[in-house]
Design a protein around this ligand. Structure first.
Ligand code: C2O
Length: 500
């Protein structure tokens, strides 16, 4: 069921074959669902590339063929009317859209907008849909883009901003800086910098900060849901906010898909899901209820497809992989499904908690002292120190609950743990825990969790932390001192440390 174009995933493919990037198969072989296209159906020349390889944009020549095809595809999509499901505007509206659908748009198309699944909002499902939903969204977008470009070898590139050679937005996305360049978006972050922060003028090529684009912490997280949340609320949200800035396209749900870089950003997030699965013990959930959940998207002919989460577990099922796929003789096989560890039945042990906080572009500090119960239980031992006893493998989580804000604040907070007062930014590395990036966090029923076990361990080892209270610094990024207080407020109901 629903598995309507699953041709690529099952046979073994060698690395050489993958890098060859090329066998083109006709749409007929893909067994597409028949059905009326709602608007302006394209001629049935749809092609798909089997075993396509998505490349890193960092190593594509900005006037080379792949960028030219990419630009041409986006240009064509931008020239299509909104009522066409293969148009640029409609594809962005699938993600988010904040006005009434145009009169005359078929009901089915209108219902398919505003669909993007972030966080968890009271849904009765055990696992996250952020990664599978976006994988399908990108897959159908890529097919539309490929068809619109007229280049059957085109694959969506990914933007690896964690690569020191790639932290600036690619040149082709900022130059020529005019509407004639379909990859350009004028509406990006122009943060001029301040006394304590470097500027972040995206279209000038300012690099995204290294600490905020580090993927190591997210890739080390075990357990699918926590990985998904860490990636979504960490790196993913941070890049949205850093690229968009205040009032920019990328920082808002309803406008993000209008910036061409959005698609390369999500392609990278999708790649990181594949790379996360490379680690032994990392696995997708196996619950049928999660695997069976279905989503619908339009393809390049305007035909609607319904696909299940089970179709997304391995990118090869959808006919593609990434250019940094590790060689494995088992490539092409379905990943082994095992239940994610540590996601059910664990009793969180609260170590300490503090009141909530209101953030408005200024630096704030809170301290967390052990709870009375925790103190009593531990017989007065220093919890924050002894908790790092190697005997206890449960991670220590910094938990921010009840995060709320209006609209798209367009700035973020860096979070530091136990950072001594007056530490210069260059020296703050050992204290950096992560970010609070307001993209998709408001009203989520799951907290923002940051695993700080490794950080605490390193601090203890280096004697940077000697126990006692834990301090948490919230340092704004993307707001100057003069603008603090003028920006949208971000509230957090409570901040705690738990072991679970
Ligand atoms: Cu659905 Cu990066 O967003």
């Amino acid at each position: 069921m629903a598995n309507d174009d699953n041709t690529a995933g099952k046979q073994g493919v060698s690395r050489r074959h993958l890098l060859g990037a090329g066998a083109v198969v006709a749409a007929g072989a893909m067994g597409m669902q028949a059905g009326p296209a709602p608007f302006g159906a394209k001629p049935a020349n749809a092609q798909a590339v089997a075993n396509a390889v998505r490349p890193s944009v960092n190593y594509l020549w900005s006037s080379g063929q792949q960028i030219q095809s990419l630009r041409r595809g986006i240009e064509t999509m931008k020239s299509r009317p909104f009522e066409d499901p293969t148009s640029w505007a409609y594809q962005a509206a699938i993600h988010g859209y904040n006005f009434a659908p145009p009169a005359g748009m078929p009901r089915e198309m209108a219902d398919n907008m505003n669909e993007c699944i972030h966080g968890v909002r009271g849904e009765n499902f055990p696992h996250r849909f952020f990664l599978p939903w976006h994988r399908l969204y990108l897959h159908y977008f890529e097919r539309i883009l490929r068809n619109a470009s007229g280049d059957p070898s085109l694959s969506l590139p990914y933007w690896n901003y964690s690569d020191p050679n790639g932290r600036s937005i690619p040149l082709s996305f900022r130059w020529p800086a005019d509407a004639g360049n379909a990859l350009y978006d004028a509406n990006r972050n122009r943060f001029p910098g301040s006394r304590s922060q470097p500027p972040l003028f995206i279209n000038r090529g300012d690099p995204l900060p290294a600490n905020r684009t580090d993927t190591r912490a997210s890739l080390a997280v075990s357990g699918f849901d926590r990985f998904s949340d860490t990636l979504e609320n960490g790196l993913h949200g941070t890049v949205h906010v850093d690229v968009g800035g205040r009032g920019g396209d990328m920082s808002g749900f309803d406008t993000a898909g209008l910036d061409p870089i959005f698609w390369l950003h999500h392609c990278n997030i999708d790649r990181l899901w594949s790379r996360w699965l490379d680690t032994d013990g990392h696995a997708n959930p196996a619950e049928q209820q999660w695997l069976d959940r279905e989503f619908s998207f339009y393809d390049e002919t305007g035909t609607r497809h319904t696909r299940a989460v089970s179709d997304t577990l391995d990118s090869r099922t959808l006919g593609y992989s990434y250019d940094d796929e590790p060689f494995s003789p088992f490539i092409g096989f379905q990943p082994i499904l095992v239940a994610s560890a540590g996601e059910s039945g664990t009793i969180p042990e609260e170590l300490g908690r503090t009141e909530g906080i209101s953030l408005k572009g200024r630096a704030e500090t809170v301290t967390i002292a052990p709870t009375d119960e925790a103190m009593a239980e531990s017989g007065g031992a220093d919890l924050f120190f002894t908790v790092q006893d190697a005997q206890d493998p449960r991670p220590v989580i910094l938990r921010l609950e009840g995060i709320d804000y209006e609209g798209a604040p367009g700035y973020l907070y860096e979070i530091y743990v136990n950072r001594p007062k007056g530490t210069a930014q260059e020296e703050a590395g050992p204290y950096f825990a992560g970010t609070l990036s307001p993209f998709g966090l408001a009203e989520s029923v799951v907290p923002l969790d940051i695993d700080i076990s490794g950080l605490l361990n390193r601090q203890i080892e280096a004697e940077l932390f000697l126990g006692g209270q834990v301090t948490i610094d919230f340092i704004p990024a993307g707001v100057s001192e003069e603008d603090a207080g003028e920006v949208a407020e971000i509230t957090v109901e409570s901040i705690s440390l738990v072991r679970e």
